[in-house]
Design a protein around this ligand. Structure first.
Ligand code: ADP
Ligand code: ZN
Length: 789
C-alpha cells in the first residue's frame, strides 16, 4: 500500500495520512494533491511519502484515497517543506498553517488564474482602420501623430459620429482611412492600440480611460482582438521607487572595508555561520550588504535580503534593484496576490539571484542559498502575530544552518538575544562604530516635561525648546521628523461629572478619539468598533465630556497651528490606509515637498533622508508603562533609531526627546546612543530576573465566553502540565487574566512556561493539548513571544 502524509489547510491539524490509489503515481514531497477532509475536498501538500515501512503512520482500513495529484514535480522544494515542519514543531502550530506561509497566494485555488492577463490588440482589419502598416512595429512611447483630414477638426472630434481617423506613422506613408460610426472613445482606443504592436493589457487601457465596454464593441466589429496572455507582473513597474544608479566608484571607508572583508571571508568559506553586523545609524551598512550580495552571486549562490517592511524603506530595495537589475525578485504582503504569485514563480524557475522580502520571504524557494541578510534584525515586525507565530530572523538562521549559508544580522540596536550570542562568541561580531565620512551622530537633548508643565501648564504638546528648534529648521529649509508612538487624537474620553469613560464594548481597552470629517469618532484599536463621540455623557447626560491623552493627530494639529506656513505630513496606520499613500508621503518628504513629517514608529525605521537635521520625540515614555520585560529594550531601540534619522547628510543633526522620566536608563543611554552601556545594564536585569535571553518563554492564552470558562480551561491545562515540570526543568507562571482581559468579546487568561529547554516545554504542552482536542481552538501558543498582551 502506498501512503502519503498530507498537510491540509485546516488550523491546528497535524499531518493526515492518505493512500494513493493504483491508477495514480506516487506524488513527490512538496507536490500539491487534492484530498477529502470531512465533506470538503481541499488542496494539500505532500510532506511524507512511501510505504508504511518508511515511517508513515500505520495504514488503517478507513484511510481515504488521494483524489487527484495536482503537480508532477514538487511544487514546494523539499527543503522548504522540511523547514515548514520545523516551524510547525518549534512554534506549536498546525503543519497546514506552516505550509500555508510558504505557498504563494492562489497556490491552493483549483485553477490558478494568476498567470494570465487580458490583452487587446488591433486585428488586421483594425490596423487598416487606423491606417497603420501591420508590418511596421512600434514601441511603446512612440506616439503616433494624428493628422485630421479636415484641418478644422479637432484631433478627436467629440460630436461627429463619423470619425475619420488617420495615423501618421513615423517612417511610413500616412494613410487615410474613413471609418464610419466610431465614437471618440473607440477612436482613442484604436489609436492607443495602433501605437503598441504587442497590444496593451486591459488594465492599462482602463487607466487611460478606455473601458472594457468600449473594447468589447470594437471586438464585436472585428477591429480589436482580446486574448489572455501569460504575464509576470512586475511590482517595480508601478512602485514609486526612484532609480538608484549604483555608485561603483564609491570608496568604502576604512571601517566599512574591514567589515566587508571579514564578512566576505565568512561567505567564501561556504559554511553556516551567523554574523552580527553592529553598525551605528548611518554607518553605511547597505553598501556592505550590496557588495557582499554581489560577491555571493558571483560565486553562483543566491541571496535573500530580509527587511522589516519594504514599503517603509523603498530605497534599500531600489538600491538592490539598481545593482542587480532583473535578477531581483521581491516578496511582501503589500503586493497584489497576482504580483506575489508571479514573483514566487520567477524564484521557483530560477530566474533570480536575489530575493528581497519581509518575514515570509524566508520561505522563498531558492535552491542555492548562500547568504541571508536580516536588516534591522531587532525589528518586531519579523515576528508573525498569528499562527504560525514564527520569527523570520530565527527561521532564517535555521534555514541557513541546513543549507550551509552565511547569515548577516544587521542593526544599530541589536536585540538582546543576538547581542548576547555575539558576546558569547556564538555569532561573529563585526562593528561599525562611526558614521560614514566622519559625520557625527546627532546630539541628543532631553526636555523634562514635568518642568515644562510646571511653567507652561498641563496642555503642552510641543515644548518651547522643540518649537524653537523646529522654527529654526524651517527658516533654514531643513527637514524635521516628529515622533509620537501613539496614533489618534486623544487616548480617552471621560465625563467630568460622573467619571464614565468610553471603553470598547468588546475589549478591555479605552476607545481612541480620531478626528473625522463628521466630528469626533472613538475607535477601538483592537477590534475596530467605533462610535461618534456624543455631545453629552451617555450615563448622566452632563455636557462635560473631556478628552485626555494625545496621539499623532493632535501633534499634527498643534504643529499646523503653530507653523501655519510649514508643509506637514503625517505617517501612521490611519493616514496610510489607502494603497500607495505611504509611498507617496515618503517620496514627497524625500523630494522636499514636505518640511515636517509627524508619525509613529513608522518614521523611525531605517530611512535615509539627508535633509533631516532635527528629530523631535514627543513622549519618550509611551512604551515604558507597559508591564512587559522588553519595555526598556523597545524604548531604547526606538529612541536610538529615530535619533539616528538626523544628520545623515552634510549637515549636523540634533534630536530633542521630551519625557516624564528623564532619569530612566533607556532614555539616558539612548540619549548618549550608548548601545554597549544599555546592553550591560539590561543584561544584568534579564539575568537577575531570569528573562530571555537567559531562559526561554512560552506564552499560552486561553479564550472563553466567560472569564470562568477561560480560567477553568487554563487551570486544567496547567494541572495537566504539572507532572512534566520537574523533569523538564521549567516553571509555570499563572494562570492569570491577560493584560487585555477581554478582546473581541472573548475573555482571556494566560500563563507562561519558563525554562532553559524549549523542547521540553513544547513537548509537554503539545501532549496536554493533544489530549484536549475540544479546546485546542481556544488556546493560542506563542513560543519566544515578543509581545504579551
Ligand atoms: P545605515 O543603514 O548603516 O544606517 P546607510 O547604509 O543608509 O546607513 O548609509 C548612510 C548614508 O551614507 C547613505 O546615504 C549612504 O548612501 C551613504 N554612504 C554609505 N557608504 C558610503 C561611503 N563609503 N561613502 C560615502 N557615502 C556613503
Ligand atoms: Zn474592541
Amino acid at each position: 500500500m502506498r501512503l502519503v502524509s498530507i498537510a491540509v489547510p485546516v488550523p491546528f491539524l497535524d499531518l493526515l495520512t492518505y493512500s494513493v490509489p493504483g491508477h495514480l503515481e506516487l506524488p513527490s514531497i512538496g507536490a500539491r494533491v487534492r484530498v477529502r477532509v470531512g465533506s470538503r475536498t481541499v488542496t494539500g501538500c505532500v510532506v511524507e511519502q512511501g510505504t508504511p515501512e518508511h515511517g508513515i503512520a500505520e495504514a488503517r482500513a478507513e484511510l481515504k484515497d488521494v483524489v487527484e495529484i495536482v503537480d508532477r514535480e514538487p511544487f514546494l522544494p523539499e527543503p522548504i517543506v522540511e523547514l515548514c515542519r520545523w516551524v510547525a514543531d518549534y512554534y506549536v502550530s498546525g503543519i497546514g498553517d506552516a505550509i500555508a506561509v510558504a505557498m504563494p497566494p492562489g497556490a491552493r485555488a483549483r485553477a490558478s488564474s494568476f498567470r494570465t492577463r487580458r490583452v487587446a490588440t488591433l486585428t488586421a482589419h483594425g490596423l487598416t482602420a487606423v491606417g497603420s502598416d501591420p508590418s511596421h512595429s512600434h514601441h511603446r512611447g512612440q506616439t503616433p501623430v494624428m493628422t485630421p483630414l479636415n484641418p478644422s477638426d479637432s484631433v478627436v472630434p467629440t460630436h461627429n459620429p463619423n470619425i475619420e481617423l488617420s495615423l501618421d506613422v513615423p517612417g511610413s506613408d500616412p494613410k487615410h482611412v474613413r471609418h464610419r460610426g466610431l465614437t471618440p472613445k473607440q477612436g482613442d482606443a484604436l489609436l492607443a492600440l495602433a501605437a503598441a504592436s504587442a497590444g496593451l493589457p486591459l488594465s492599462e487601457l482602463r487607466d487611460r480611460g478606455v473601458t472594457a465596454d468600449v473594447l468589447a464593441r470594437l471586438a464585436a466589429r472585428g477591429l480589436v482582438a482580446i486574448r489572455d496572455e501569460a504575464h509576470d507582473r512586475d511590482p517595480f513597474e508601478n512602485a514609486a521607487m526612484r532609480d538608484v544608479i549604483p555608485d561603483a566608484a564609491r570608496r568604502l571607508t576604512a571601517e566599512q572595508t574591514a567589515a566587508f572583508e571579514e564578512l566576505a571571508a565568512l561567505a567564501d568559506a561556504g559554511e553556516f555561520r551567523v554574523a552580527l553586523l553592529h553598525g551605528v545609524t548611518g554607518s553605511g551598512k547597505t553598501e556592505i550588504y550590496l557588495r557582499l550580495a554581489a560577491r555571493v552571486c558571483r560565486s553562483g549562490r543566491q541571496v535573500l535580503l530580509m527587511v522589516p517592511e519594504i514599503a517603509l524603506t523603498p530605497s534599500v530595495a531600489a538600491q538592490f534593484r539598481g545593482a542587480f537589475g532583473a535578477r531581483v525578485a521581491i516578496q511582501h504582503s503589500a503586493l497584489s496576490d497576482g504580483e506575489r504569485h508571479d514573483q514566487w514563480q520567477r524564484i521557483r524557475r530560477g530566474d533570480v539571484d536575489l530575493v528581497i522580502g519581509t518575514r515570509s520571504a524566508v520561505f522563498a524557494p531558492l535552491p542555492r542559498l548562500g547568504l541571508v541578510i536580516v536588516d534591522e534584525e531587532h525589528d518586531s515586525s519579523y515576528k508573525q502575530e498569528e499562527a504560525p507565530r514564527y520569527h523570520g530572523r530565527d527561521v532564517a538562521i535555521v534555514r541557513a544552518s541546513r543549507e550551509r549559508a552565511l547569515v548577516v544580522l544587521g542593526s544599530a540596536t541589536p536585540s538582546m538575544e543576538s547581542y548576547q550570542h555575539a558576546v558569547s562568541g556564538k555569532y561573529a561580531r563585526i562593528v561599525l562604530e562611526r558614521r560614514v565620512l566622519d559625520r557625527p551622530l546627532a546630539a541628543v537633548r532631553i526636555v523634562n516635561m514635568r518642568e515644562e508643565y510646571a511653567v507652561e501648564g498641563p496642555d503642552v504638546v510641543i515644548s518651547r525648546d522643540l518649537a524653537a528648534s523646529v522654527e529654526d529648521r524651517l527658516a533654514r529649509r531643513e527637514q524635521v521628523l516628529v515622533l509620537l508612538n501613539r496614533r489618534g487624537y486623544a487616548t480617552a474620553v471621560f465625563c467630568r461629572q460622573c467619571g464614565d469613560t468610553f471603553e470598547c464594548p468588546n475589549c478591555s481597552i479605552s476607545l481612541t478619539v480620531h478626528t473625522a470629517r463628521q466630528g469626533w469618532r472613538a475607535r477601538c484599536h483592537y477590534c475596530n468598533y467605533s462610535m461618534m463621540v456624543p455631545k453629552a455623557c451617555r450615563k448622566c447626560a452632563a455636557p462635560y465630556l473631556e478628552q485626555s491623552g494625545f496621539g499623532t493627530e493632535k501633534v499634527e494639529q498643534h504643529l499646523r497651528e503653530r507653523f501655519p506656513d510649514a508643509r506637514i505630513g503625517r505617517v501612521d496606520r490611519d493616514s496610510v490606509r489607502r494603497k500607495g499613500a505611504l509611498a507617496s508621503l515618503l517620496s514627497r518628504f524625500a523630494d522636499g515637498e514636505l518640511d515636517v513629517l509627524v508619525g509613529t514608529q513608522m518614521i523611525a525605521k531605517g530611512h535615509d533622508f539627508p535633509r533631516v537635521t532635527l528629530v523631535g520625540v514627543i513622549s519618550a515614555d509611551v512604551g515604558l508603562g507597559l508591564a512587559d520585560f522588553r519595555a526598556a529594550e523597545r524604548t531604547f531601540q526606538l529612541l536610538t533609531q529615530v535619533a539616528g534619522r538626523a544628520g545623515r547628510g552634510d549637515r549636523v543633526g540634533e534630536a530633542i526627546i521630551q519625557t516624564l522620566y528623564p532619569e530612566h536608563y533607556s532614555v539616558q543611554l539612548a540619549c548618549r546612543q550608548d548601545y554597549p552601556g544599555f546592553f550591560e545594564r539590561e543584561v544584568n536585569y534579564r539575568r537577575g530576573m531570569r528573562y530571555p535571553p537567559f531562559v526561554a518563554l512560552v506564552n499560552a492564552v486561553v479564550r472563553g465566553r466567560s472569564f470562568d470558562e477561560a480560567m477553568q480551561t487554563a487551570v486544567d491545562i496547567v494541572s495537566g502540565l504539572g507532572p512534566a515540570t520537574a523533569a523538564g526543568g521549567f516553571a509555570i507562571l499563572g494562570p492569570a487574566p491577560a493584560p487585555l482581559a477581554r478582546l473581541r468579546g472573548e475573555h482571556r487568561v494566560q500563563f507562561f512556561l519558563k525554562g532553559a529547554r524549549r523542547v521540553d516545554m513544547r513537548k509537554a504542552l503539545k501532549t496536554v493539548l493533544a489530549g484536549m482536542p475540544q479546546i485546542r481552538r481556544r488556546v493560542t501558543v506563542d513560543v519566544d513571544p515578543l509581545s504579551v498582551m
